[in-house]
Design a protein around this ligand. Structure first.
Ligand code: ZN
Length: 491
């Protein structure tokens, strides 16, 4: 039974989406069932970085796994295309905020496609739901939990007694944290947040009953989720730093409007990603965009690197981790390639011996797959413990390679292993399934190889080794054969 760690209860809980809980109440079987999941999308004012990649690869894996378990998943993501950061950046670039937001939205979607993230059912732009946002602000005013001051409409956190239940902060702790960010004069409580901002001259604006303005950040999510899921749904996800104030504010808004709780049954928050031990920041020069990473590395490497640590734990990105992951991908690639090329119909040694041995080999592979499948399922059901899954895959590779070496792995065995790997890869997406073509060798590498050949001819082995090392650093492996050197792309 799948268990997930819920930030709301700070516990691992059995995953029972609302559709199944309802069915159980009516005494119906709990197979399948609908799962509504919402994950905070990007604010479109800059390129996505490795931290974003972590959040979205994790939820892509989770959604794909749920689909594999026959859940009918609706995965909704918002796109923040109006926001203070967007307006500020657009001003600096002397372009319209809308133009800036559309550009970075497109870049975001391109990055997601490169990372094989194709699980979202719907991307919803905030500015397409202004009507829904206004309706929520209106209802909050009617309920008396919101009020108007000079620059906009604010939420009164003292009117919501559950405020702080997700982040486990008291109202005064919350106020301390917020006061540094938002010092607007005239607010009833320091921690009150903006629902609707009146527009300043030259800023984007939409008409509303209270005058032209634009939505606050927190209200767009609840307006969008209410439109698609209603006031209550199954899963809300997002990076850990969104717990407060963003997700706390969402609960305050939706639960005050509907009077129903909880708004969300399970809150899932992936951990932080640091680079070489530090928080990623442009000022520190350690800001790695997805685009830059993919210029030098394959997307499969990033997926494996991100899924090789527990999604809730902090993850530090560094060169050592990257080179380890490259080696792992190389091992997986070689293994899959070998399996795909296996034409051995019967185990070599068993052919001339009794059929007993053949049977023994078959069952060895079968039990190997069964064992790994069991580990896969147990690990995934334990709050998506992907590192355990990956280590069991490497164990399978080790064991199967031993059988290969003894020429005891048949093409049927190979097919069975491939079938199993395909199943796992549906959620992980780090295995290359296409036909392998010899890589196009860039001309500067070819030039280095020629130079190395010259050195070899004059028996300058030191120089030849030096060049080989240089070539390896650039991602290619040179193997000397009788005729000519063979070149292989390392990752
Ligand atoms: Zn959000």
């Amino acid at each position: 039974m799948l268990k997930v760690y819920n930030t709301l209860s700070r516990k691992k809980e059995v995953f029972l989406p609302r559709s199944i809980s309802k069915r159980l109440l009516r005494g119906r079987p709990k197979k399948g069932g609908k799962v509504d999941i919402f994950v905070c999308g990007p604010t479109c004012y800059d390129f996505s970085h490795l931290g974003h990649a972590r959040t979205y690869v994790v939820f892509d894996m989770i959604v794909k796994y749920l689909k594999e378990k026959d859940f009918n998943v609706f995965y909704l993501q918002n796109i923040t295309d109006i926001d203070d950061k967007i307006i500020k950046r657009a001003k600096a670039k002397r372009i319209k905020p809308e133009k800036l937001a559309r550009y970075f939205e497109k870049e975001y979607l391109k990055d997601m496609k490169s990372l094989k993230i194709d699980s979202p059912t719907k991307y919803a732009r905030a500015t397409d739901y202004i009507k829904e946002i206004i309706s929520q602000v209106k209802r909050l005013l009617e309920k008396g939990v919101a009020y108007e001051i000079g620059d906009g409409i604010y939420y009164d956190i003292s009117k919501f007694k559950d405020y702080g239940k997700l982040s486990r902060r008291t109202v005064s702790q919350a106020e301390d944290a917020v006061s540094r960010i938002d010092e607007t004069r005239g607010k009833k409580n320091k921690g009150d947040f903006c629902l609707w901002k009146f527009s300043k001259p030259g800023e984007p604006k939409w008409p509303s009953p209270w005058g032209p303005g634009r939505p606050g950040w927190h209200i767009e999510d609840t307006a969008i989720t209410e439109r698609f899921f209603g006031p209550q749904y199954d899963v809300h996800g997002g990076a850990r730093d969104l717990i407060f104030p963003h997700h706390e504010a969402e609960i305050a808004q939706m639960e005050a409007i509907s009077g129903k709780k909880p708004m969300v049954k399970y809150w899932l928050h992936p951990g932080f990603l640091t680079v070489r031990g530090e928080k990623m920041a442009k000022s520190l020069g350690n800001f790695i965009t997805v685009k830059n990473f993919l210029k030098k590395n394959s997307p499969r490497i990033l997926r494996l690197l991100l899924l090789n640590s527990r999604y809730r734990s902090p993850l530090d990105y560094n060169e050592k981790l990257l080179s380890q992951t490259k080696k792992q991908i190389e091992r997986i690639d070689e293994f899959v390639d070998k399996l795909q090329r296996t034409k051995n119909p019967t185990p070599g040694q068993a052919r001339c011996r009794a059929g007993k041995k053949q049977k023994k080999n078959e069952s060895a592979v079968k039990s190997l797959i069964l064992r790994t499948r069991k580990k896969f399922e147990e690990a995934m059901e334990d709050d998506f413990n992907t590192p355990v899954v990956l280590s069991s895959i490497f164990q399978l590779i080790n064991r199967a390679n031993q059988l290969f070496d003894k020429n005891r792995l048949t093409s049927t065995d190979a097919k069975e292993i491939l079938k199993f790997l395909r199943k796992i890869d549906k959620a992980f997406n780090f295995i290359f399934w296409g036909k392998r073509v010899s890589p196009k060798i860039p001309s500067f590498i070819k030039k280095m190889i020629k130079e190395r050949e010259k050195a070899r001819k004059r028996k300058d082995w030191k120089k030849a080794d030096e060049i080989r090392r240089e070539i390896k650093k650039l991602g290619y492996w040179v193997e000397d054969t009788k005729k000519r050197p063979k070149i292989k792309r390392i990752a």
